[in-house]
Design a protein around this ligand. Structure first.
Ligand SMILES: [Zn+2]
Length: 416
């Protein structure tokens, strides 16, 4: 594929810092009930209202919203793999697309934790120079957490979803990212991942599909803001993409107490959200011609979710609020063994018009995959019936395509 540049700092390294209310009193004073309705021991380190204020004042104060994007896993190690496709590469590519949308928007300062090839040198230096402090930080937080659990101030929660344990050095770097983010007053951390299901034979697809968002368990100091951000990103992604059908993930936004990325041991002050954008073996990730637009769309929907959280219309012009649309399909839609781009945009267009997934099927049964199979065939048949198209039975022939195209004529744009 076209090599993505190793951009670490999409914009300049942010030197501007600001204090969040109660920042220094992270652990200590018990507060009452939050909006989430749970008894919370940790003082809120950030809130939705604070983030929204920062965002609103961004233009006048020049203090932009600080976002740290962390592509899951290491440049050369870890993550799911399928048929030579590596999750860690997909994470880096999606993160870069997302960073580009956020920077283009103008409200955000964006830092990427790594690219495909190497870590952000600032973080790399930090890991090396602060190794001892990071270890101390982890131990202090863990001891404090254990004490609070023992005293009954914090309740341990298990959401039933199994996570792989990270090797010690990887875990330390994840905690290091948390500490670094705390010290640099990062507002929001977005962790980018693709999922895997176990057990699975290396070269066989697994049984689940769809995306899930993990958010800090509600007792943590960053829980409220993270949950709100998660909710808005979820709303956008779920318009087009199926939600994971794995037990425990099917709720869409899953609270988690153990993931380091989200602040295990209450180690993160910023809102932190971890998105599993789909399963590594899903067909839309197999071929580059489909994978690239899909990664861009996932990034774009995430960006729109953030814009929604901030009550801000997207400043990036996209009349149908999707990079897949409007439908322009002028080339034939072919049935190929692997996914192809014509089928992808055809399915997206049918989906926008309510024909895909076809009646009685879910998005998990019939995802927008770029694969022409029974789902697409059934959807086309219904579309042809509705539009009285004859002679192209279940095929995406010229009449079908031009009818679908005409539904995306500029004068028909009605979305906001
Ligand atoms: Zn992962």
């Amino acid at each position: 594929m076209k090599h993505l540049p190793e951009i670490f700092f999409v914009t300049a390294f942010f030197g501007i810092v600001f204090l969040l209310g109660g920042y220094d009193e992270k652990v200590g004073s018990a507060i009452g009930n939050t909006k989430m309705g749970a008894a919370v021991f940790f003082t809120q380190s950030t809130t939705s209202a604070q983030l929204q204020d920062t965002f609103k004042n961004a233009s006048s104060t020049k203090k932009k919203l600080n976002i740290l994007i962390v592509p899951g896993h290491e440049p050369d190690f870890g993550g799911a793999e399928y048929q030579g496709i590596k999750e860690r590469d997909l994470n880096a590519d999606l993160a870069l697309y997302l960073a580009q949308y956020l920077v283009e928007d103008g409200h955000y300062e964006v830092v990427l934790a790594r690219g495909r090839e190497r870590r952000n040198p600032f973080l790399e230096n930090y890991f090396a120079s602060s190794a001892e402090e990071i270890k101390k930080f982890v131990n202090t937080q863990k001891e404090e957490m254990a004490r609070l659990v023992q005293e009954g101030k914090i309740t341990t929660k298990n959401n039933g979803v199994e996570h792989n344990d990270a090797p010690t050095d990887v875990a330390l770097r994840l905690y290091g990212i948390n500490k670094w983010a705390n010290e640099h007053k990062v507002d929001i951390i977005l962790h980018v991942h693709f999922n895997d299901s176990a057990p699975r034979k290396v070269n066989n697809p697994g049984e689940y599909n769809g995306f899930t968002i993990y958010t800090p368990e509600r007792q943590y100091s960053n829980a409220e803001a993270s949950a709100e951000v998660s909710k808005h990103i979820f709303k956008r992604l779920s318009k087009m993409f199926p939600v994971s059908n794995l037990d425990g993930e099917a709720v869409g936004v899953v609270e988690d107490q153990e993931l380091i990325a989200l602040g295990s041991g209450n180690t993160v002050d910023a809102a932190s959200v971890l998105v599993e954008y789909g399963y590594i073996y899903e067909p839309q990730l197999r071929t580059q011609s489909v994978r690239t637009p899909v990664l861009k769309e996932l990034a774009f929907q995430t960006y729109l979710g953030l814009a929604d959280f901030f009550h801000e219309p997207s400043v990036i012009s996209s009349p149908y609020e999707s990079t897949f649309l409007p439908y322009e399909g002028k080339t034939p839609v072919k049935k190929t063994l692997l996914a192809n781009k014509e089928v992808l945009s055809f399915q997206a267009a049918l989906s926008h018009k309510g024909f895909y997934p076809p009646e009685n099927y879910t998005k998990n049964d019939c995802p927008i995959s770029g694969l022409f199979g029974p789902c697409t065939h059934t959807a086309i048949t219904a579309f042809q019936r509705e539009h009285n198209i004859k002679g192209e039975k279940g095929e995406a022939g010229p009449k079908t395509r031009s009818t679908l195209r005409s539904l995306f004529a500029p004068e028909l744009i009605t979305t906001r």
